[in-house]
Design a protein. Structure first.
Length: 232
């Protein structure tokens, strides 16, 4: 896979190194010579570098962005990240554009209208991870997908939850939602309709924002009838 990253700071540099280790072809565009020199010194020698402003169309053409499968706008400036995203999507037809959100108050702008397929806000991700570590019985948003149209959420099942011992097929999940994995005792369980929910399970699911509350109620079993004697 060919990836172009705008910004050779800490985020862009470490992302490039990881992607190259996984066998991908990576090019970084950076406009500050000192930042680029540091990235070259500390980075993987297989990473290609272009000195220039990724907001300039000619720089993107030099980087042959049209041949990339993914563009990552990872600069420290939200305005630059939006411009890079828009140019990559509309002018070069890049299939997947990922953008870094530096200031959470700007997150609302990082949508498909600006060419962003996936936005990453570090403060919001950290908030989700903190909540995930301490919250039981509540829905925690971990990641927004498809420009915010779908969210990856998690719920931890309490020891005394009414759904403990119930199979997944009994849950009345709303439309546009699905359980994608169960984390149990350090292992990933691929959910099947007959999979039984256990105490302490961490349920990973995807849903549209409008259905998050109904998904929470379904996973908690708030609308379920009591279990029959045969299933108890």
């Amino acid at each position: 896979m060919r990836v172009m990253i705008a910004g050779a700071g800490n985020v862009g540099r470490h992302l490039a190194n990881d992607l190259v280790k996984r066998g991908h072809d990576v090019t970084i565009i950076e406009q500050e010579p000192s930042v680029m020199n540091r990235a070259k010194t500390e980075g993987n020698p297989l990473v290609d570098f272009i000195l220039g402003d990724a907001c300039e169309p000619w720089v993107l053409e030099k980087a042959e962005v049209s041949s990339c499968e993914v563009v990552v706008a990872a600069t420290g400036d939200d305005e630059d990240n939006l411009v890079v995203s828009l140019l990559a999507k509309q002018e070069h037809g890049v299939p997947r554009v990922v953008a870094r959100v530096n200031h959470p108050q700007n997150e609302w702008m990082f949508t498909q209208q600006w060419g962003v397929d996936v936005s990453m806000s570090a403060p919001h991700v950290l908030t989700g991870l903190v909540e995930e570590a301490v919250t039981v019985g509540d829905l925690v948003r971990l990641l927004k997908l498809e420009g915010g149209q779908v969210t990856l959420v998690e719920m931890r099942i309490a020891e005394d939850s009414t759904v403990v011992g119930r199979p997944l097929y009994e849950l009345r999940l709303p439309q546009d939602s699905a359980i994608v994995a169960i984390l149990r005792d350090g292992h990933v369980v691929i959910p099947q309709p007959e999979t039984t929910i256990g105490p302490g399970d961490e349920i990973m699911a995807i849903a549209t924002p409008d259905n998050e509350d109904r998904l929470r109620r379904a996973i908690l079993g708030e609308d379920l009838p009591p279990p029959s004697p045969l299933s108890a």
